[in-house]
Design a protein around this ligand. Structure first.
Ligand code: ACO
Length: 427
């Protein structure tokens, strides 16, 4: 590709610059196209459109690559910690030991929520879906932490980012506790981010809660795997909400609402249900045939991805983590054997090979979360918890971008053209 792209619109030729990123496809800059030609571009679902410039996360879906600030997800999941990944996403570089220590301390000291927020929970029905509670309570944070909603002040933006990352596990655990009718458990600052969350979720005041190190590590790794994923639907929602100048708590609540949808955050729940339905490995061929049948709506959940046309690098780490959690908890879930066999059979089937359908991050995550003790309704909440850092980092990057404008797409209008109003008696 040269440095410009040519468009011929109704005989008029115009040139648009081609922008180059550090890696990945070139981008045709069409910002002046409407002014030059009077035409819009049309791309519902953004399949060919870059909505922003970003230096956070890079995905090469054909090669199965996911990098945060340049670092491969496999290396981060193996060697890093969620706190370190949060620092990396927010600040652009890995922290020194002192910086990591300071950041972890800051996050730990922000884990408590305003006591009045506890009363807010009581307005929900006990059987409310925890994601419904998350949307409401996270949005309500802007009412409780008004002092950090001045988005033009970088210091306040940093404080609100820290508050969101620190308080989201407390709120997620409270949403769970409320649904099972148990008392809220206050954070314990002696524990790690993941350990604290496990204790707030599964601990009860009557007993000392022992954090199992392997489960704590697995939880931390699951958070790392979900921390950011470029301009996905919920992140784009956060950016769009933020483009009007809305405060970060309101924007993250919008992201949570988008994540709730089954095409986005809800797939691991669907995958676990599918594995339960399949049950034993001998039933797999029947379900593989169903997945391949064009007249059957059944799909192999946890397989395929809009961007990855190769193995989702997060799925590889997830599969390894299942074994670690099972060993630590001495669990023998036959669903894991079914999942392994299903993966093997599907990956050798010409249908899945041709269509480049590989296991995605959701294929194994439900099995792990269920073994740890989470009900399926909490799966998407855990995703939201981990993705909060990605949302705030992307939101902050957008606010700092001098070319940022309010997000205002246009449309291909197909409704009636102008007509005159007819009084009701004459219709
Ligand atoms: N099982 C069987 N066939 C499939 C599957 C599947 N899981 N996924 C895609 N296909 C087939 C489609 O039928 C289609 O076939 P065709 O070309 O003959 O019509 C072809 O592969 C392409 O599929 P599309 O749906 O067009 O691909 P798209 O990129 O739009 O969809 C999606 C990606 C939604 C993830 C899809 O693969 C799917 O439904 N997978 C199952 C749900 C799932 O696991 N979602 C989690 C995604 S990861 C995440 O959100 C964190």
């Amino acid at each position: 590709m040269g440095d410009t792209a040519k468009f011929i619109v109704e005989g008029k030729e115009v040139e648009s610059p081609i922008l180059k990123g550090s890696v990945g496809p070139d981008v045709i800059d069409i910002r002046k196209l409407y002014a030059q030609t009077g035409a819009f571009t049309y791309d519902p679902g953004f399949t060919s459109t870059a909505s922003c410039e970003s230096a956070l996360t890079y995905i090469d879906g054909d090669e199965g690559v996911l990098l945060h600030r340049g670092y491969p997800i496999g290396q981060l999941a193996e060697n890093s910690s969620f706190m370190e990944v949060c620092y990396l996403l927010l600040n652009g570089e890995l922290p020194s030991a002192a910086e990591l220590d300071g950041f972890t301390r800051t996050i730990t000291r922000h884990t408590m929520v305003h006591e009045q927020l506890s009363s807010f929970f009581k307005g929900f029905r006990r059987d409310a879906h925890p994601m419904a509670i998350m949307v409401g309570v996270v949005g309500a944070l802007s009412a409780f932490y008004h002092d950090s909603t001045d988005i033009s002040d970088p210091v306040q933006r940093r404080i609100s980012a820290h508050r969101l990352i620190a308080k989201i596990p407390t709120i997620a655990a409270m949403a769970y506790k409320y649904s099972v009718g148990q008392p809220f458990v206050y954070p314990d600052n002696k524990l790690s981010y993941a350990g604290n969350f496990l204790r707030m979720t599964f601990g009860v005041p009557a007993e000392e809660y022992e954090v199992v190190p392997a489960v704590e590590k697995a939880m931390d790794r699951i958070f790392i795997l979900h921390a950011d994923h470029e301009q996905n639907a919920s992140t784009s929602t956060v950016r769009l909400a933020g483009s009007s100048g809305a405060n970060p708590f309101a924007c993250v609540a919008a992201g949570i609402a988008c994540l709730w949808g089954p095409a986005h955050g809800g797939a691991n729940e669907a995958c676990l249900n599918m594995l339960r339905e399949i049950g034993t490995p001998d039933k797999i061929p029947h379900y593989i045939e169903r997945a391949k049948d064009k007249n059957d709506p059944f799909r192999l959940m946890g397989f395929g991805h809009r961007v990855y046309k190769n193995r989702d690098p997060r799925a590889t780490v997830m599969q390894k983590t299942v074994r670690e959690v099972f060993d630590a908890l001495n669990v023998q879930d036959p669903l894991f054997e079914t999942a392994l066999r299903l993966e093997e059979i599907a990956l050798n089937d010409p249908y899945f090979i041709e269509k480049k359908l590989f296991p995605n991050v959701d294929f194994y995550s439900g099995i792990i979360l269920s073994a740890i003790g989470f009900p399926t309704t909490m799966f998407t909440v855990l995703f939201a918890l981990a993705r909060t850092v990605g949302w705030v980092a992307q939101w902050n990057e957008m606010i700092e971008d001098p070319s940022q404008k309010i997000g205002r797409p246009r449309q291909l209008y197909t409704g009636p053209t102008q007509r005159d109003y007819v009084p009701v008696g004459q219709r």
